[in-house]
Design a protein around this ligand. Sequence first.
Ligand code: HEM
Length: 487
Amino acid sequence: LYKRRRHVMIAKAGIRGPTPLPLFGNMLHFVGNTTANAYDLFDKLTAKYGKVVRMWMGNHCVLFVRDAKFFEDIFKSQQLITKNNLYDLLSGWLGQGLLLSTGPKWFSRRKIITPTFHFKILEEFVEIFDQQSHVMVKSLMEKADGKTVVHMFPKVCLMALDIITETAMGVKVHAQEHPEFPYAKAVTDTSNIMSDRFVKPFDRFDGYFRIFHNQKYHQLQNNIKIMHDFTDKVINERREALQKSIDSGTYQAGSSVDEMGIKKRMAFLDVLLQSTVGGKPLTNKDIREEVDTFMFEGHDTTTSGICFTLYLLSRHPDVQQKVLEEIHSVIGEDKEKPVTMKDLQELKYLDCVIKESQRLYPSVPTIGRVTEQDVVINGVTIPANTNITLLMYAAMKDPDYFPKPEEFLPERFMNTEDKINPFAYVPFSAGPRNCIGQKFAMAEMKSTVSKMVRHFELLPLGEEVKPVMNMVLRSETDAQLGLRVRK
Ligand code: HEM
C-alpha cells in the first residue's frame, strides 16, 4: 500500500520512468552497466523520460535528476538535508562526521566547524600547498623528457594526502617519499576499496561483501583500525600540548603554541580542540569523526580536480599558454618563488580554467538525498522516503544553461558569474549543505596547477581520459600526459 501511494504520487507529479517489474522494479536496467557507462544509460533515460527520471530499485523509489530548477528547491531547503543510503559505505570510517550526519547534530557541527575554514587559517596553509607541490614537481623531473607518458593520479594523490594530513592534523606523514607508511597506505587503500564497492551494487551490502570478498573485507577493517588509531594518537598528543600551554599560562584562545610558547600554524584539529558545544568541549571521538571526514573529503576530490585540469591543459595548449602568461604577470618568472594567497586570488584566468574543468569533470559527479516527509519540489509533491540522486555532472552540461556544453571554454566564467545560474553550476553543491572546504580546495588546486605549469610544459601524450562515475570522479585510463621542463 505504502509503495502504491508513492507510485501514484510520483505519477501524479508527471515524473516518468521505465515500467518496473514485480519485486525487482527497474534493477535489471543496471545489470551489465558499470559506473563507466552509467553516463550513457542516464542519457538514454533522459532522452526518453525528461530531466527527472523515476526508477524502482526493489522497494526503493529513486529519482535521477538533472534539472537545475529541481536542484534549486533541494539545495535551498533546510529540510532536505539527509543523505541517502549510498553514503552508508563510508560510515565505518567517518562515523557521523559532517558529511554523513543530519538533523540537529549536523547543524551544531556545521556551526562550530565553519570558523575552522576562516580566511586567516587558510592563508597559512598556502605555504604547505607550495612545499608539497614542490616535492611532487621534483619527483616528476626525471619523467619530463617530452616523450614519457606520465600517469598523474597516483602522484597527485600522495601529494594531496600530504597536504590534508598536515593541514587537518598538523603532522607530516611524507606520503610522497614513503607511500608505504601505514597510515598513508591505509587511506589510499581504503579510498580505492570504497570506490570499487561503489561501482558494484551488490558489494555495497556489508553481508555480501564480507562473504564474497572476505580478504578485502578484513583488509578494510584493518585499514579503518590503523586510521582511527593514528587519528586518536594525534588528537591525544595535541590535546596534551594544549593542556600544557593552558597550565603554563602561555595559552591564547584561537592560537596554537609549542612547548616553548612559540606560536605555531593552527591545524583544523587545533581549532576543533578549542571548540565547545553548549559550553562543553568536543570529545576525542567527535573530533576524530571530523578529522577523518576532512581526510576523506579533502584529498580524493582535489586529486581528481587537479588531474583533470592538468589533463585538459595538456590538450589545450592555447589555454595553457594564457595560464602561463598570467602566472608570469602575477608571480613573475622565478619558478622557485613561493606563492601567497594574494597571488592565488589574482590568478583569475586560472580560476576560470579550474571552474570549467570542474564543470566538465566534476570531482563529485553525483550526490544523494532522501525525503523524510512529503515535500514540494519544483511545484510537484514528492512522497516521503524517496531517494533523490542529483546528477550534477549532467546538469552542468545542460545546453539550456551552457552553450556548446561539451567544449572546454574557460572564458565562459570570465566576468559573467551573474549570468551563470548558481543552481546549474554546482560542483561544490549549494545551499546550507554545500562544501565547507570549497575555498581550501580552490586554493590547493590553483597552487598545484600553477606550480606544474611554471615548471613544465604539459603535452598531449597518452590515452584520453575515460571518466568513471565513482563517489569521486576518476578515469579508467588515469590522467595521462607528457611533461617537458620549461627553460
Ligand atoms: C575539488 C574539490 C572538492 C569538491 C568538488 C567538493 C565537493 C563537495 C560536494 C559536492 C559536497 C556536498 C556533498 C553532498 O551533499 O553529499 C561536499 C561536502 C563537503 N566537503 Fe567538499 N569538495 C571538495 C573538497 C573538499 C575539501 C578540500 C574539504 C576539506 C578540507 C571538503 C570538505 C567537505 C565536507 C566536510 C563536506 C560536508 C559538508 C556538510 O555536509 O555540511 N571538501 N564537497
